[in-house]
Design a protein around this ligand. Sequence first.
Ligand code: FUL
Length: 486
Amino acid sequence: MKSLFLFAFSLSTALAVTAQTEPPKPYGATPSARQLKWHETEMYSLVHFTPTTFQNKEWGYGDANPSIFNPKKFDALQIVEAAQAGGFKGIVAVAKHHDGFALWPTKTSDYNISKSGWKKGKGDMVKEFQLAAKQKGMKFGVYCSPWDRNNPLYGTPAYVESYRKQLRELYSGYGELFISWHDGANGGDGYYGGKKEQRRVDQSKYYDWNTTWQNITRKMQPNAVIFSDIGPDVRWLGNEKGLAPETSWSTIDIKGKDGKPAMPGFMDEANLGTGTRGGKNWIPFEADVALRPGWFYHKEEDDKVKSVAQLFHIYCSSVGRGGALDLGLSPTTEGKLHQNDVDTLAKFGKYIKQVFANNLASHAKIDLSNVRGKEHALFGAANLLDSDRYSYWATDDTVHEATADLSFDQPVAFSIVRLRENIKLGQRIDSVGVEVFKANGWQQIAKVTSIGANRIIRLSEKVTADKVRIRIYAPVCIALSEIGLY
Ligand code: FUL
């Protein structure tokens, strides 16, 4: 009887201990391994450089003589280094834009770099970007425009085959890509081998994207995220200003149109910015925005390079809202970035570093209202400060509302609060309130939703306090990985 009792006792203790130290179950849709890597990248840039630059246009018609493309001082390293100084961790080369000119010697069309004046037709600019990125330890990706205003076959099934061959060339010749970028600007007027006409395609089916992505992209570049208006890995934000709405979930239900499934350029755009709370898929947004007004270089925009303040606002409204920032860079006809762009990038990179250099929270004593598994260290406060995105403070399964109180010996002044969830366990938190302790009690100074991979809360003014409370509400237990005060 006694041993039976002891057995039952130790069994129940063992069960209780296991239950408490087990990590929380994931909530809703969760990111794939390639999406996690992409989240960690946060900032990369997209380089537009084709004969369109030499025509001083934004959308080349597809009729430019390739010989005009002859940048005498092309310097991929200068471009990559400038981006890196800005804090960007990857480069996406526009290997082919809507004008159809391929920056690599493709076998699929004559309209390519081998017909240009650059390096007497012996160059490969995609390669130069790839190697420069590699040299600097930056990630590399490509954008190959599906709309091709030069190609005589555009609009026929043969063009789609040719586009797929182009992707195969890009996927096999330029190392490991972190992103394959596809847009939804499709069809319209163009040169089309001299026909100079309008060509419309049925965007709901012409490209048969699912076949391309499943059979080519996933097989040849399994670690690359696929960006398009609708994902499957990374979605468009719905604008090119770089600004996501205050509430922007990484989960989303993407809707098509006219009863047909969504395709790039053919979807209901209404919730691209906000995402969908509890949406079926994890498809975070990328905010694409150019450093200048246009994606291509125009001399008359030399004094319209975005300021550091504008870029920081964009950063907080993109990276700071759980997405990534994809900043458009545009070399001049010489083949380098203009000095104004280089200087701004350098200042911006320095500025971000300086803003986030010292997490004031690391000087605080942290009191958590509940820690999973009876204060188990695996889920405790130290995880909030170790800058590991996947170590986290967790509450017990039954605790869906909790507070983290930060007390300081000396009052601290801050204007930014940064929070991260451990997104391996999904986007769990509904909302967060930030409070400070004043003479007459706790006062809320900010309230936000959608935390996810990274949430930057910018206060309207600097706040000084010696006690700060982060109050969290979720439909399940909490898995918060970072609290930062800056
Ligand atoms: C859009 C294009 O139409 C623009 O020219 C630019 O390339 C931008 C990044 O994507 O779809």
